[in-house]
Design a protein around this ligand. Structure first.
Ligand code: BCO
Length: 564
């Protein structure tokens, strides 16, 4: 069945493997802090060695399919070979060095995995972004990070070209495409001709590995920088939370731009030597997801609650998937009714996890753990989560407060290092002995945590964290908008959606309102990543403001949630 991807990469080797039981990845304990850690050399190359010694079964490490019937299967040996080549492309062809930043904006194509692991091998810090980003978002990311290289597809290459002259640090543009593009290096050909010999850097566990852009209440996204400790902690998660075995086939549906994808589509499956399954999924479609779950031997899924919710809303007659054993969910709140419905139709539980771009997964329902309806589980060691007030004092059980992660006397391995170039914001989220997540919750006497919502204006729509200012600024570019306030509004499909209250400029007051709403939505989709567009719009004559002229978003939000 294997089809070497576009004929460019080697077909998987015929492995001398027999299915041997009892083969386990190298293990660390919760509180181990090895001085050096590199996921590529410590984990991937370990599994490659196990394959070579015939000590690992024949299951592929990577199994990629698309709707056109193309299929890629790579063993760990293939991955080692191809990612060493990628490492050489970065260092030799692009002249990148350890600590340099690389922007990675790819959809779910196999090269995404070659780039990420190539970066791990060289110490190049990668910055994932969703393919929904537009020229302005890309410009912001390139300028803020000073990225020296970018990897993307031909869909986004013109957007990059339109801003590249404003990004003096950008030296190398790598294209993943079947076609060549002037001014761009052809990543696929370079991989083919690169040497497979490369020595992985000996990274310190605390050396930088990845940066995520994360939305906040004010201004544009901040850069949350993570060390290789994130990868180390994801190994612990793989063993404890999901308890993956080499025979498992894990499908994580997160877009490659988010931390959930780094954890669920890269680190967790391979920490346990299991198969990562990927469907190209250009457009989200619950029908395709259900078909895939019937067709392929997938044993575990990870997806935002919205994905399971949208599957349930389709009212399929049969959701008893033949091989699926365990489902995890995270990114937004899961309602108890959704869990009940999923259990009723599939016979399976939904195991909730919680985390942010700053933290990765910090709490959750471990496989086999008692589940309490509506709770997102318990803190996962080495994190110590407590519910705190705004001074960092620990609150008694069942009291509402902020989710705090202990950072003193020592910062746990895997928590973000800091907001790059932003010591003020880094200091702002430190609250006594804790990192304040800004999320509100309660914890019961047994340590189970109940999520309540954001303590600020950040909107969580279908698992996307959206800063209101980003949307308000996009709206402000439209001539009809005099001013706007963007808040969260409840929604039965997406949990929350973006709602914009808009004061129109006088010359637009007589315009057809339905038409204007469509135009404004389209406008936002065209100037910034479309997932941020306001799905609800209300025209108002004025916005509620404080005496100093600050918009009272909280008041509007409360109204949306029927709290006033
Ligand atoms: O609803 P519309 O059709 O009007 O608009 C949609 C898309 O059609 C459109 N769009 C997408 N790509 C576009 C585009 N338009 C123009 N150009 C493009 N390139 O824009 C809207 C996008 O909205 P969406 O992505 O929310 O909609 P969709 O397709 O219905 O997907 C639903 C979900 C549930 C699959 C999606 O929202 C999703 O993947 N959510 C999960 C996000 C996630 O993984 N979050 C985790 C973050 S990490 C974290 O929280 C830490 C946890 C440890």
């Amino acid at each position: 069945i294997h089809k070497a991807f576009h004929g460019l990469y080697p077909a998987p080797q015929q492995l001398r493997c027999q299915a041997l039981s009892g083969v386990e990845a190298p293990r660390w304990n919760d509180h181990d802090r090895p001085e050096e850690f590199n996921f590529a050399s410590h984990i991937l190359d370990y599994w490659t060695q196990m394959e070579k010694e015939g000590k690992k079964g024949p299951e592929p490490a990577f199994w990629w399919v698309n709707s056109q019937g193309d299929e890629v299967k790579w063993s760990f040996s293939d991955l080692t070979d191809l990612t060493r080549r990628a490492a050489n492309v970065f260092t030799q062809t692009c002249g990148l060095q350890q600590g340099d930043n690389l922007a990675l904006i790819l959809p779910r194509v196999p090269e995404w995995w070659l780039v990420t692991i190539g970066c791990l091998r060289t110490g190049v810090v990668f910055i994932p972004g969703t393919s929904q980003l537009k020229a302005k978002d890309i410009l912001y990311r390139l300028q803020m990070s000073g990225a020296k290289a970018i990897v993307t597809t031909d869909t986004l290459a013109p957007e990059v070209d339109s801003v590249a002259s404003e990004c003096p640090a950008l030296k190398a543009k790598l294209l993943v495409s079947d076609h060549s593009h002037e001014g761009w290096l052809d990543f696929r050909s370079l991989i083919k001709s690169a040497s497979p010999d490369h020595t992985c850097i000996k990274s310190k566990t605390e050396d930088p590995m990845v940066i995520f852009f994360t939305s906040g209440t004010t201004g544009y996204p901040k850069m949350a920088k993570h060390s290789h400790g994130l990868a180390l902690r994801s190994c612990l998660l793989s063993w404890k939370l999901l308890q993956l075995k080499t025979s498992d086939v894990l499908w994580c549906l997160s877009d490659p731009g988010w931390i959930l994808a780094i954890v669920g589509c890269l680190l967790e499956p391979w920490a346990s030597g299991c198969t990562l399954f990927v469907h190209r999924l250009t457009q989200f479609d619950p029908k395709v997801i259900v078909q895939v779950l019937f067709k392929y031997p997938i044993t575990q899924t990870i997806a935002a609650p919205g994905v399971y919710r949208m599957i349930l809303q389709q009212k399929f007659t049969n959701l008893r998937f033949p091989t699926l054993e365990h489902c995890s969910t995270g990114g937004e709140a899961l309602l108890p009714e959704e869990l009940e419905q999923w259990r009723k139709h599939t016979g399976l539980l939904l195991h909730e996890v919680y985390g942010q771009s700053e933290t990765g997964i910090t709490c959750g329902v471990l496989r086999g753990m008692k589940l309490k309806l509506g709770s997102m589980g318990k803190t996962i060691s080495p994190f110590d989560i407590q519910i705190i007030d705004d001074k960092g004092h620990i609150l008694p059980p069942n009291t509402e407060g902020y989710i705090g992660i202990r950072i003193k006397p020592s910062r746990p391995t895997g928590l973000f290092m800091y907001y790059e170039n932003n010591p003020e914001k880094t200091a702002e989220v430190e609250c006594g002995d804790f990192y304040n997540t800004g999320d509100r919750a309660t914890m019961d006497e047994e340590g189970y945590i109940w999520f309540l919502g954001r303590g600020d204006d950040v909107i969580n729509a279908s698992g996307y964290r959206i800063g209101p200012v980003e949307v308000e600024n996009a709206l402000a570019e439209h001539p009809a908008v005099a001013e706007s306030a963007v808040v969260s509004s409840p929604d039965s499909t997406r949990g929350e959606v973006v709602k914009a209250f808009i004061v129109l400029n006088s010359q637009f007051l007589s315009h057809d309102k339905e038409q204007l709403i469509k135009e404004l939505q389209q406008h936002v989709k065209s100037v910034t990543a479309p997932y941020k567009y306001p799905r609800k719009v209300e025209f108002v004559t004025e916005l509620p403001k404080t005496i100093t002229g600050k918009i009272k978003r909280k008041e509007l939000r409360k109204k949306e949630f029927g709290q006033m």
